[in-house]
Design a protein around this ligand. Structure first.
Ligand code: SER
Length: 319
């Protein structure tokens, strides 16, 4: 096995995935890349290249020069930003994937991780406990790109034997890195605002449930799926993975256990419509059966970790 390349290293998942992979495989086995040159400052001890995944020649030279065999393609525009930048979202979310799949087809790399999302589902999918093979008729730009991306991964898997693996991430919640431009971002912002100001104005309505997951579970799911023997995955599936599902009012209630004077108000914007088009919970039986997925965090355990994690970061800043 060669080295592991992370594209989009300064994003919410990239920031933490790099550290987790470096811990398992060694810092010298990980190469970080991001379009933002400042991303370099965030990672000690890991080789960084500033790179745009749409620059296919640069991508290939970074891969070859560093003996990369595995790519984690995390560069994408998320759901809220994609609605504002339709063409750029399609371009980055599709052509970035295409460039990486082509490297795999030509045998330059051996394995690809590409994240999909609960956004592949739309209003015509079952709302609760949405199954792996539910109808996919997304009504968002982001969802359309993820849905098409899944089809391309399946095509490259079947037609060319490309070893591409994928997870439909729910909203990811973490205190070490902030999300950027998603609909589920409220579930991270709420913790920061609760600790800083004891109040939060939420951009989605109080009773909209969405599938969510604490970052440690998301990172573990990614690494576990990428570590499974190829023979164990006879078909391409972008796996549903489930951990928790909650609404803004429910997470606010959990937060008041720690911050009793915390107050939430609601001012829904366009992201409310995006949230309404997505499932409220998803069924992940296939991930459990095929590669043993099992979550470790529920809403209570996650809330404790978020509050203590953000608090300790604030203490480090103020001391
Ligand atoms: N967290 C993503 C978003 O809100 C969904 O996969 O865009």
């Amino acid at each position: 096995m060669g080295k592991k390349l992370i594209i989009g290293s300064s994003g919410q998942i990239g920031t933490e995935l790099i550290l987790a992979l470096a811990k398992i495989y060694g810092e010298d086995q990980i190469i970080a890349t991001d379009i933002n040159p400042k991303a370099k400052d965030e990672i000690d001890g890991i080789l960084f290249h500033q790179m745009d995944v749409l620059d296919v020649d640069h991508l290939e030279s970074v891969v070859k020069e560093n003996q990369v065999s595995e790519i984690y393609l995390l560069a994408a525009l998320l759901s809220a930003v994609s609605e504002q930048k339709i063409r750029s979202a399609w371009d980055l979310n599709m052509n970035g994937l295409f460039n990486v799949l082509e490297l795999a087809r030509r045998g330059v790399i051996e394995r690809v991780f590409w994240p999909s999302s609960i956004a592949v589902f739309g209003p015509s999918s079952p709302k609760k406990n949405t199954p792996q093979n539910a109808i996919l008729e997304p009504t968002t730009v982001y969802g359309i790109s993820k849905c098409a991306g899944e089809r391309w991964c399946d095509y490259y898997f079947k037609k060319f034997g490309v070893d591409v693996r994928s997870i439909r991430y729910p909203g990811i919640i973490s205190y070490k890195s902030k999300p950027g431009g998603g609909t589920t971002d409220y579930a991270v912002e709420i913790f920061h605002e609760a600790l800083a100001n004891s109040k939060y104005t939420c951009f989605i309505d109080q009773d909209i449930y969405l599938p969510m997951m604490y970052m440690d579970d998301a990172i573990r799911a990614t690494i576990e799926l990428m570590s499974v023997d190829k023979g164990m995955l006879p078909a391409f599936k972008s796996y549903n993975v489930s951990a928790e599902s909650f609404s803004p009012s429910e997470i606010a209630k959990e937060i008041t256990q720690f911050i009793p004077d915390f107050k939430i108000t609601y001012s829904p914007d366009f992201r409310n419509d995006i949230a309404l088009s997505w499932p409220s919970s998803i069924n992940d039986d296939e991930a459990r059966q095929d590669w043993g997925w099992q979550e470790q965090y529920d809403i209570k355990k996650m809330t404790e970790k978020m509050i203590s994690g953000i608090n300790s970061n604030l203490n480090v800043i103020s001391s």
